[in-house]
Design a binder for this molecule. Structure first.
Ligand SMILES: Nc1ncnc2c1ncn2[C@@H]1O[C@H](COP(=O)(O)O)[C@@H](OP(=O)(O)O)[C@H]1O
Ligand SMILES: [Mg+2]
Length: 607
């Protein structure tokens, strides 16, 4: 038997999802006690069954388990199976040990159909409703607008792979971790479960004629098919080459009003069991100074020839500005933000999506060899590279960074650069109307180091001018509408997260020995507070920030003589791997960086 993750508060392993669902299915009474007793018997053990692989693939397994379980929520499964799946999801999500938790992937159609059932069927026990509301309130779901096939996610994944479109990162992930065999084992289990459920369905409905097509088309030799499709002998390089889509990516699927509609239903339901937490107080009197001298802006500097990085930075700057306009338009249109909860406390709005479409399409079009990583996991829309953006890029060449190109960067080629895009940082603040925390972040990295960046603040207001951009290049300086506070700051002012707080986050803020704490939204915005000497330090001791949150801020702070590292003072690496989370938090300062890191190290061991 395999070696398992042993958490001393968890019982040993003896069952699996298959028998769990089976047990739920046999029950005729669906009250909470019944479900609780089934859970008692199974003790969550199936969760840890495949956990002997590697820590990373444990998360992968967990994610897939939830996706498999979630596929039993929608039609055409019978109510007992759907409720069983709901209880599975509840337990898998609520009892996860790691933070941030893995979220449950749910197609919008599935959620809609389940919510309909919940509303229409009087047979659903109140406990099940409570559990659904609890999950919704915990932001446990990632809701996707893409249609998924009925059944285990693997079928969807294979079809995508065959059509050469998406799931590239999933494929690469599995090949890098060398877990294809494990994946197959898991899929085999999922397939058995699926087949068994199908048999039950056939039995209950009295024949195959009345079954939906999806259920009658399961292939008989599943594992043989699987191995053939996967061709396990292929090397990583072959994967790399072969998974490159030769065709243009598909346009982003239409995200109609159904998401918005579902959102209000979700909210209404969530409020049945819990009121939203009161938002923390923001330092209301916070304002910018009146004069806006550019920081480090040397008018006599030599003009850089249209150097590639400067060109990039300049291109990024205009994209960021245009993206800012899109964000403002969405905000002022009054048509709703069309919020999708990507995960726990991790919303996405149509402004995030539109902004990223614009930035990435513009970058990819003009610099096809760049590696571009964006926060939002959405396909590139062909039409986004519209002519007005082309005009924008082709004009205003005088805006190109006027500074000598640092010698270190003169030999860099386009393919050496990785661009990290956060199309809308501070999404939570955006959805709640605290607009000063909203920024567009575009960072440039090479050889794992953040070297250039733009922070655009779309809702910055100054004498009738909306929005401002600040951009910087390491060794070249910081430019744009940067407004340094010239009055020495009293005490020790620490900026911390407003929306993502935990005990460790608060402990790290306190470790900095603050005389004042400023809670504000957005990594970009808090980095600006540091840059402009409104606070002494920005600290966020959580695993929630990602490389797109920190790349542009780090480059700009470095360009201005400051630093941004993890909370322990270690540098952050910006290589374009699958690991995008900054797992050891963020610490940003203009001075005394090592002192702050030392204080935090003394209080906190790990995140
Ligand atoms: N605990 C957490 N869970 C999820 N996301 C987190 C997080 N902590 C920080 N983040 C991400 O880091 C960014 C800044 O967070 P904060 O406003 O709390 O400082 C946000 O980016 P987005 O708004 O782009 O999603 C947020 O999603
Ligand atoms: Mg962000």
């Amino acid at each position: 038997m395999a070696a398992y993750y042993t958490y001393n508060f968890l019982p040993p392993i003896s069952s699996d999802l298959d028998s769990l669902i089976h047990d739920f299915e046999r029950e005729s009474d669906y009250d909470y006690q019944t479900f609780a007793s089934v859970w008692q018997k199974h003790k969550l053990e199936f969760l840890f069954k495949a956990a002997d692989i590697q820590p990373n693939s444990f998360r992968f397994f967990l994610d897939d388990s939830m996706t498999v379980a979630a596929s039993y929520l929608g039609q055409p499964w019978r109510l007992p199976i759907q409720l069983g799946a709901l209880y599975c999801l509840f337990t898998i999500y609520m009892y996860q040990i790691e933070e941030p938790k893995i979220k449950i992937r749910l197609p919008i159609d599935t959620l809609n159909s389940f919510l309909d059932q919940m509303e229409l069927s009087s047979a659903i026990p109140a406990d099940a409703k409570t559990i659904l509301c609890k999950l919704i309130h915990e932001h446990a779901f990632v809701i996707s607008a893409t249609r998924h096939e009925m059944g285990p996610r693997f079928f969807t994944k294979m079809n995508y792979m065959k059509s050469g479109k998406y799931m590239r990162s999933d494929v690469l992930l599995s090949s890098r971790l060398n877990i294809d065999e494990k994946l197959i084992t898991m899929c085999e289990e999922a397939h058995n479960l699926y087949t068994k459920a199908k048999d039950n369905l056939i039995e209950a409905s009295g024949g195959t004629d009345s079954l939906p097509q999806e259920l009658t088309s399961i292939r008989p030799n599943f594992i043989e098919q699987l191995k053939k499709e996967f061709d396990l002998e292929r090397s990583d390089d072959q994967f790399d080459q072969e998974e490159q889509p030769d065709t243009e990516p598909e346009p982003i699927p239409q995200r109609g009003p159904s998401i918005g509609e579902t959102r209000s239903r979700i909210r209404a339901k969530a409020e049945m069991i819990a009121k939203p937490k009161a938002s923390a107080s923001v330092k209301e009197e916070y304002t910018f100074d009146d004069d806006h001298d550019d920081y480090n802006n040397d008018d006599d500097a030599d003009e850089c020839s249209l150097d590639m990085i400067a060109d990039n930075v300049n291109n990024d700057k205009r994209s960021a500005k245009r993206a800012g306009q899109i964000i403002r338009d969405v905000q002022s249109s009054g048509t709703g933000l069309d919020i999708v909860e990507k995960g726990h406390n991790d919303p996405q709005t149509k402004a995030d999506r539109a902004s990223q479409q614009l930035i990435i399409s513009s970058l990819v079009k003009h610099f096809p060899q760049l590696t571009v990583r964006g926060e939002e996991n959405i396909p590139l829309e062909k039409s986004a590279a519209s002519s007005d953006i082309d005009d924008l890029i082709g004009s205003n060449l005088d805006e190109i960074l006027k500074a000598p190109c640092p010698t270190e960067f003169q030999k860099l080629e386009e393919k050496d650069l990785v661009i990290w895009v956060d199309p809308l940082d501070g999404t939570r603040e955006f959805t709640e109307g605290r607009l000063e925390g909203v920024t567009v972040l575009i960072g440039v990295a090479t050889q794992g180091n953040a070297i250039g960046g733009i922070i655009h603040q779309p809702f910055y207001e100054d004498g009738g001018q909306s929005g401002r951009s600040i951009w910087g290049l390491v060794h070249a300086g910081v430019y744009g509408k940067c407004d340094i506070n010239k009055t020495p700051l009293p005490g020790r002012i620490v900026a911390g997260s407003l929306s993502h707080r935990s005990k460790t986050v608060i402990d790290a803020v306190n470790a900095c020995q603050p005389t004042e704490v400023l809670q504000a939204g957005g990594c970009g915005y808090k980095s600006l507070l540091v840059l402009e000497r409104r606070v002494h330090v920005y600290v966020h001791a959580s695993r929630g920030c990602s490389l797109w949150d920190t790349c542009a801020p780090e480059a700009i702070l470095r360009a201005a003589g400051g630093r941004l590292t993890d909370v322990f003072g270690n540098g952050i690496s910006y290589f374009p791997t699958d690991q995008t989370s900054v797992k050891t938090g963020v610490l940003a300062t203009m001075a005394d960086h090592d002192w702050y890191a030392q204080q935090i190290r003394e209080k906190i061991n790990n995140l």
